[in-house]
Each structure stands twice: as C-alpha cells, then as structure tokens.
Design a binder for this molecule. Structure first.
Ligand code: URA
Length: 434
C-alpha cells in the first residue's frame, strides 16, 4: 500500500477502506508517513468528506493506535464531558469539580487550544504548578480519592489523534465533521469513561456553523459512542457569541471560579447546569434534570463545589490559594478600554473573530510550537441584545504589548456590531441528541 495512492483516491472523492485508513493512522503515528503527506490527505478528506463507516473506522484506528485506560478499579459510573470547541468556553473548569462535588466520579481527558478556540489544559496551567501529565495510576488514584482527575492526552492514549490534531490545527483542516467526530470520540473511548456528555457548539464561533450541521455531528458522535457501549448524549449549544464574558486563559479560569462562588454569568451557569444535570443522570445519581439542577445549585451555594475545585487543583500540584486570591493569576501589563462609537443595541459579537483577536494577542497558538501567554485576552462588558450609548465601554483588551492591544481594540470595534434596533434572541440550548 502507498500513501500516495490513498491521497489520490480521496482526492478523487472515493471511499477509503478500513485497511487504507489503518495504514495511514499507523504509518503517521509511527513516523513512517511524513507531515506533508498526512496534510495532503487531511485536506482531501476536508474537501471530499468521509462517510459514517469511514469515520467509525478512523475513530477505532485512532483508539487502537495506543493504550486504552482501564478504569474498572474506580467505583461507580465514570462520566466524561467534551466540547467540540468554542470561544470563551471555560465550562469544564467549573463543571468538572461541580459534578465531582456531588460524589460522581469525573475522569476527564482534555485538550489544548485548537484554531481560534481555547483548550482546558492551557487554561488550567494558569494555576502555578498545575500538572496535567498524570500517569495512569495517578489518574485512577485521583478519581478514587477526590472523584476528579483531568489529564492531557498522554503520548499513550490515542497518540494518532494527538499528532493529527496538532497537524490539523496548523493546516486549516479542523472544521470537518468526520475529523472532529473521530478526534473527540477516539479520545473519549480510549480514556475509558462509562458515560459521555458532549457539548456540540453551533454558530459563528463554532466549527459547525448551522444547527443542521451541529445535529449531524452530534448524531455521528452519539452513534459511535453508543455502538461501543458508552452511554453518550450530546447537547447542542449556542456559540454565536462567546460564552460568558472572558476570553483568554487566566481570565477564563477566574470567570469559572466566579461561577463556583455564585457569581457566574447567566449563560455559563445555564450551560453548566444543563451539562451537569445530564452527567448526573447518566451516572445514576439523579432521575430528572430538575433534581440534577437543584443538587448542582445546592453545591454552588453551600461552597462544596468551590472546595472541590481547590482539592482538585492541589491534587494535581497546583497552588489552590489562587482560588481565594485571584490576584495571584498572571496579569497583563495593559488593560485597554474599548468604547462604543455609537448608540444602539449589540446585535452581533463575531465569536470566531474574537477568538482570532485573542489568539493574536497571544492567548492561542499560531503554530504547533507557539507558546501561549496566559495573561492576555478580552473581557466583554456587553453581550448580544444589550443597549449601549456612545462612549460606553463594550469590552476590555488585556495585552502585554501596546501595539497588539491597540490593534485588538480596533478589531473589537469592528466585530462587536451595534445597530439601531434590537435583534432577535437566540436560544442557548438548541437540542439534545440521544
Ligand atoms: N476537539 C477535539 O478534541 N477534536 C477536534 O477535532 C475538535 C475539537
């Protein structure tokens, strides 16, 4: 078999066999296939797509490219959550400790930023000392001892996805349904949880731009999960504007902490409760969404969730005192006000563009090797539907470079659209796919 022929076949829009898909996945993982050939195949897949059978084969080839975690030593039904990626999506940081505080084991594998979207692992590294490099035994011990562990995808779990994910990030081949579905599900299957709640984002800042595409992606992932015996459901949620107010690593962690202190933005809280109550149902802890939401709210109000966050940060080597003293997080040198140039209503916040503006400030990676700046980013002061008067502050830019900060300010004025009459509201939750 030759990689050249596989690329040509997909370039012509033909269906790849299971053997051809395995040849590519194994060869690329073992460094026998170079980046340029893998990139060419990814671009051919991007344009000519894969069908459901090819996507399932790609998923399982990536699962089989490395170890599979055996979590059978952990008591209870282990639940995991994964988002397809958004702007300002810090949900996992508040959700994982919140669910764990209800005595449900959360065993979560997370990723780094991808394209214009941020990654949970990068964000959590804003806690000094926090480590996501847990070996299998530490991961299991932490879930057994604290009901929570969050690890980076190690070199051993779905290593093919790890390599392909990094390559897609820099070759404009992220937003393809089959590549996203196989990437997410290979990690989830290899990391051994019994149940998976997926947050499939839809809108301007998501990889899926329309509710129909998001639903198709959700269906594909839910079917792959259920077919291999993992209880899987997907929530389709709005990403037509950033989630919450903060975009950027430390800024987002602070917002997630605020939520657990009872002061979270309403959209972030609503999504956290929706995902969390579904996780509690899959784990068998509660029977209804209402019961789940009530238990989660109780644990925010009585401080148990915040305590769990501190326990979690400490257990993974981080300085948990940051939770009580957020001034310890990395801080940007400059905070620049972005003022509205007219009266009216905020009708559109171009989430993808804001993700790119934050990335250009240093919050995300432009190449595989780029280092991210944990302190920089954007904080919105207004959201879709808010009324503004000329001169009102609509956002703040957090920057370590004055020129970059000024460019970001101008870009934000262009991408936060203010019009005379108010636009229609969009739902936060579009659908649930089971
Ligand atoms: N998240 C992933 O883990 N993989 C993707 O391809 C997109 C989002």
């Amino acid at each position: 078999m030759r990689m050249y022929d596989i690329i040509l076949k997909k370039r012509k829009g033909l269906e790849l066999t299971k053997d051809e898909i395995e040849f590519f996945v194994q060869g690329y993982t073992n460094k026998e296939i170079p980046d340029y050939q893998a990139s060419a195949l990814l671009m051919a897949i991007f344009f000519n797509k894969m069908n459901k059978r090819e996507t399932a084969d790609l998923t399982m080839a990536m699962v089989n490219s490395g170890d599979k975690l055996d979590l059978s030593n952990i008591k209870g039904i282990k639940v995991d959550k994964h988002s397809t990626g958004g702007v300002g999506d810090k949900t996992s940081i508040c959700l994982a400790p919140l669910v764990a505080s209800c005595d449900v084991p959360v065993a979560k594998m997370s990723g780094r930023g991808l394209g214009h979207t941020g990654g949970t692992i990068d964000k959590l590294e804003a806690f000094k000392g926090f480590s996501v490099e847990l070996d299998q035994q530490q991961f299991i011990d932490n879930v057994n001892n604290f009901n929570i562990a969050l690890a980076a995808q190690t070199g051993h779990l779905a290593p093919a996805d790890k390599k392909i994910y990094a390559l897609r990030d820099v070759t404009a081949t992220v937003d393809n349904m089959s590549l996203i579905a196989s990437s997410i599900m290979s990690k989830k299957i290899a990391s051994g949880s019994d149940a998976i709640v997926l947050d499939v984002k839809v809108g301007d800042g998501a990889f899926m731009k329309t509710p129909d595409d998001a639903k198709e992606l959700a269906r594909e992932m839910v079917d792959i999960g259920n077919n291999v015996g993992r209880k899987t459901i997907a929530i389709i949620s709005d990403m037509d504007q950033p989630l919450g107010f903060a975009i950027g690593n430390a800024l987002e962690v602070i917002e997630a902490i605020d939520l657990l202190k009872g002061n979270g933005p309403s959209d972030l809280l609503d999504l956290t409760l929706t995902l969390g109550s579904n996780m509690l149902i899959l784990s068998g802890k509660v029977n209804t969404i209402e019961e789940g939401r009530a238990l989660l709210m109780e644990n925010i109000e009585n401080g148990r969730a915040l305590k769990k966050l501190k326990e979690f940060v400490k257990a993974q080597g981080g300085d948990e005192s940051y939770v009580d003293d957020i001034s310890k997080f990395p801080k940007a040198k400059y905070v620049i006000e972005v003022k509205s140039e007219k009266d009216g209503y905020v009708n559109k916040i171009h989430a993808e563009k804001l993700g790119i503006i934050a990335m250009n400030l240093g919050a995300g990676r432009a190449t595989k090797e780029s280092k991210i700046d944990l302190a920089v980013g954007i904080k919105l002061n207004k959201k879709r539907g808010d009324e503004v008067t000329k001169g009102d502050i609509i956002a703040y830019v957090y920057s370590n470079d004055l020129d970059k900060g000024e460019t970001a300010r101008k870009d934000l004025i262009e991408n936060i659209v203010i019009e005379e009459s108010k636009c229609e509201d969009l739902p936060l939750i579009y659908d649930i796919v089971k």
